[in-house]
Ligand binder design. Structure first.
Ligand code: NDP
Length: 297
């Protein structure tokens, strides 16, 4: 049986976070005459990316911040994009820069990520921020893993000494998640496609983070009773009706929810948090650039 109490509601958590951001932005405005600004750059017309960019802009403004949208045609050259990033790096009204990925094939993603001023890199993908995070310095932290950490701390409080297993070692989720959980004093194992006896490794976890991209790969009997399960996976699978699809995570939800102490659903778990954390990162970036104390959000 699924007990509703053990479902972590990402939508409600994101709403709470946005409310705290709105409050922090109002205080910063009043005390320091500073309005945090987020520039979002989209190249091309990918429909999913257009929706993300629209939502990011809407939520930025709703929290009282300034939004700068740059929609460039698909034939934009890499140099034109790099020139825009240079201008945004130099613009004092812009505290955060997000280049929506994926970029068209003729643009080298790494060159674009490297061009963003690390202090304005609200996605946390710049190698300087990766290094800062790994060494425990003040970094811009990738939004999805930071959101997962916030949800875990909200649910469990102090994570010290807990056994954490992360399945997936990507640069945007698995590795930064590992750095964050080490920073929170967990004992961390990072599993991947070459890991032996993955079910046994998962069964050790007090905290299990799944970031694989394989629908419902992690089964209920891989989960230690009472564990907290964070499912980052977003997978589209055929739906009940012909021609329709539905979203599922990397964890077999019903089976896992019957064993777990707490679990994020898909959709409605980790997904809704990501944009809210992006806004939080923008506020933090603005405060650091202005040399004022960062609010606790
Ligand atoms: P990647 O494809 O970059 O990485 C997947 C990882 O899973 C790799 O480390 C890979 O191992 C590992 N893996 C693949 N197959 C297996 C297996 N059979 N057993 C164990 N490990 C395996 O994915 P991302 O990290 O970018 O994303 C992961 C998932 O999270 C996706 O579903 C994505 O859509 C979702 N996502 C959701 C976000 C959100 O906001 N909710 C944001 C970002 C991602 P190896 O390194 O050995 O190949």
């Amino acid at each position: 049986m699924t007990d509703r109490k053990n479902i972590i509601d990402g939508k409600a958590f994101a709403e709470g976070l946005r409310a705290r951001i709105t409050e922090a932005v109002a205080t910063i405005k009043l005390d320091h005459a500073l309005v945090p600004g987020l520039a979002v750059v989209l190249v091309g017309e990918d429909p999913a990316s257009q929706v993300y960019v629209r939502n990011k802009a809407k939520q930025t403004v709703a929290c009282g911040m300034q939004s700068f949208e740059h929609r460039l045609p698909v034939e934009t050259t890499q140099q034109e994009l790099l020139d825009l990033i240079d201008r945004l790096n130099a613009d004092d009204a812009v505290h955060g820069i997000l280049v929506q990925l994926p970029l068209p094939d003729h643009i080298e993603e790494q060159a674009v990520i490297d061009a963003v001023d690390p202090d304005k890199d609200v996605d946390g993908f710049h190698v300087i921020n990766t290094g800062r995070l790994a060494t425990g310095a003040a970094a811009m932290v990738p939004c999805t893993p930071l959101g997962c950490l916030m949800m875990l701390q909200d649910r469990l409080g102090d994570l010290s000494g807990l056994e954490a297993v992360i399945v997936g070692r990507s640069n945007i989720v698995g590795k930064p998640m590992a750095a964050l959980l080490i920073g929170a004093n967990c004992t961390v194992t990072v599993a991947h496609s070459r890991t032996r006896n993955l079910p046994d490794v998962c069964r050790r976890a007090d905290i299990l983070v799944a970031a694989v991209g394989r629908p419902e790969m992690i089964r209920g009997d891989w989960i230690k009773p009472g564990a907290t399960v964070i499912d980052v996976g977003i997978n589209r699978v055929p739906g009940a009706e012909e021609g329709k699809t539905r979203l599922v995570g990397d964890v077999a939800f019903a089976e896992a929810a019957a064993v777990a102490g707490a679990i994020t659903p898909v959709p409605g778990g980790v997904g809704p948090m990501t944009i809210a954390v992006l806004l939080r990162n923008t506020v933090v970036a603005a405060c650091r650039q202005a040399g004022i104390a960062e609010p606790t959000i």
